[in-house]
Structure formats: C-alpha cells, structure tokens
Design a protein around this ligand. Structure first.
Ligand SMILES: NC(=O)c1ccc[n+]([C@@H]2O[C@H](COP(=O)([O-])OP(=O)(O)OC[C@H]3O[C@@H](n4cnc5c(N)ncnc54)[C@H](O)[C@@H]3O)[C@@H](O)[C@H]2O)c1
Length: 251
C-alpha cells in the first residue's frame, strides 16, 4: 500500500494499459480519477475497480484545452491531485508514404499535445501542495526506430509519426523534470515495449524473436515501473525514461 490516500489521474484509462494501471494503483491504496474520451470505455474500466478506489470518471479529450481544464477543475474542487499518468495515446499503422498530414497532426496532438495540456493543468494543481509525481507513457519507438523486418504481415506498420510523438513525450519529460523541480514535482517516463493484444501471428512471432526476453509484454509487466515512479521509493528520481521492453532496445 505505497500510495494510500494518494489522488491519481490516469488519461486513456479506458484502454488496455490504462485499465491495468488503474487496477495496480488501486491495489497500492490510491484513489483513482479515470479519464478517457470514450464514456463506454470509462464505464468498463470503472467497473473493474473496487468501488472504494474510484474518485470519479472524467470524460475528457486530451487534445482540447477546454475539456482538459474542465476535468482538472473538478479534480481541484474534490481534493486535488498527487499523481498524473499521461497514458492516452494513439498510433497509426499505414505506411508513411500514404500518410495524410491531418492524420500526422492528430497523432502529434494526442500523444505530445495531450501530454503537454494535462501536464500544464496538473502542475497548476501540484504547485499548491508543492508536491507531485507525473508519469508519462512513452514507447520503445520513442527511443529507437521500429525494425521493418518485424512487420512482414504488413497489417501493422509502426509509423514515423508515432515514433516522433513518443520522442517528444520523452523530451517533455526531461523539460518538465527540470522546470517543475522547484514546484516539488518529479516528472518521469515509462516506455513500454510491444504489449500482446492478439496481434497477427507473424507479428507476434517476429517481435518475440527480436526480443531478448523471447516474448511480447503482458500488460501487467508495465505497471511496476509506474508504481515505483509514483511512490516515495523514487523520491530522488526525476527526468528519467524507464524502458520496460524485455531487452528489445538493448541491441
Ligand atoms: N500497447 C502497446 O503495445 C504499447 C507499447 C508502447 C507504448 N504504448 C503506449 O501506452 C499507452 C496506452 O496504450 P494502449 O495500448 O493501452 O492503448 P489503447 O488504445 O488500448 O488505449 C488508449 C486509450 O486512450 C483513449 N484516447 C485516445 N485518444 C484520446 C483523447 N484524445 N483523449 C482522451 N483519451 C483518448 C482511448 O479512448 C483509449 O481508451 C499509449 O500512450 C501507447 O502509445 C502502448
């Protein structure tokens, strides 16, 4: 119970990793604000939490400054915020030569813009307590390029814009770790490797063969790093990117 009574907001909480993060934070005693643009996904994620762990659900579009401000205003009115997990993210899987510019900007807007907007609002709250922890969710593809040899079935093609947006998330982490230090806020990033979610057989085989651990991540594999960074165990850790990838980026 390392996070007893801590108030945590998770964006993209209705997704695969967001729902797992919420369960892991709840198991450590935290009170959860679940945020997502999809009310259906929010309801499904909330149903997977013990009722006592849920502070509320926030229908929020991370690309909309108004929507983000309104959600954080509610959190402020109901006790403030100790921990933010910037997890909402999207990818596109078509080849780059087919990329539409609007699609490019949409990915940047959700992954990098959303991280910025939520971080700005969280810092406005956290500076009142002079304490806080922000955890951004990056990706191995913010650190290295995807290896095209993995994508032989071509139903999924990791995109240039996803990588660029996740590199931006890692750099936003460093910037805010430096510029929010005097507010008592630590800012770190967790960069997962590929998480198994019933992808095509070729992809799973190729990805696993390319990974020293010999398999894709299970969604529960990513939670430990986020809990660590949120907790007092990491009270002297800021500006870091913890890559949780079974060794994928080690060679
Ligand atoms: N799954 C992986 O293999 C993997 C690997 C590395 C990094 N990541 C990162 O982890 C995070 C979570 O990934 P996931 O696999 O759980 O994705 P997911 O698609 O299962 O969930 C993403 C959630 O974000 C929400 N969302 C999308 N756009 C939004 C917006 N504009 N405003 C608010 N909510 C929005 C969606 O409704 C969805 O519930 C993402 O940032 C992703 O890039 C995932």
């Amino acid at each position: 119970m390392r996070l007893r009574e801590k108030s945590v907001l998770i964006t993209g909480a209705g997704g695969q990793l967001g729902t797992r993060f919420a369960q892991a934070f709840a198991a450590e005693g935290a009170g959860l604000w679940l945020a997502d643009q999809s009310p259906e996904r929010l309801a499904a994620a909330a149903a997977k939490l013990p009722a006592a762990s849920l502070r509320g659900t926030l229908e929020m579009d991370v690309t909309s400054p108004e929507s983000v401000s309104a959600a954080f205003a509610r959190v402020r009115a109901e006790g403030g915020l100790d921990i933010l997990v910037n997890n909402a993210g999207i990818g596109v899987f078509s080849p780059f030569w087919e990329r539409d510019y609007a699609e490019f900007m949409q990915v940047m807007s959700v992954n990098a813009g959303g991280t910025f907007l939520c971080t700005r609002e969280a810092l406005r709250l956290m500076k009142e307590k002079n304490e806080g922890s922000i955890i951004n969710i990056g990706s191995v593809y913010g650190v290295v390029s995807s290896d095209p040899r993995i994508y032989t079935d071509c139903a999924r093609m990791n995109s240039e814009v996803y990588s660029a947006s996740k590199a931006a998330v890692i750099q936003l982490t460093k910037y805010f770790a430096v510029h929010a230090a005097d507010l008592g806020v630590r800012v770190n990033c967790v960069s997962p490797g590929g998480v198994f979610n019933n992808q095509g057989e070729d992809f799973v085989r190729n990805y696993s063969a390319r990974t020293p651990a010999g398999r894709m991540a299970d969604d529960t594999d990513i939670c430990g790093a986020a809990i660590f960074l949120a907790s007092a165990d990491a009270k002297y850790v800021s500006g870091q990117n913890i890559v949780v990838d079974g060794g994928f980026t080690a060679w």
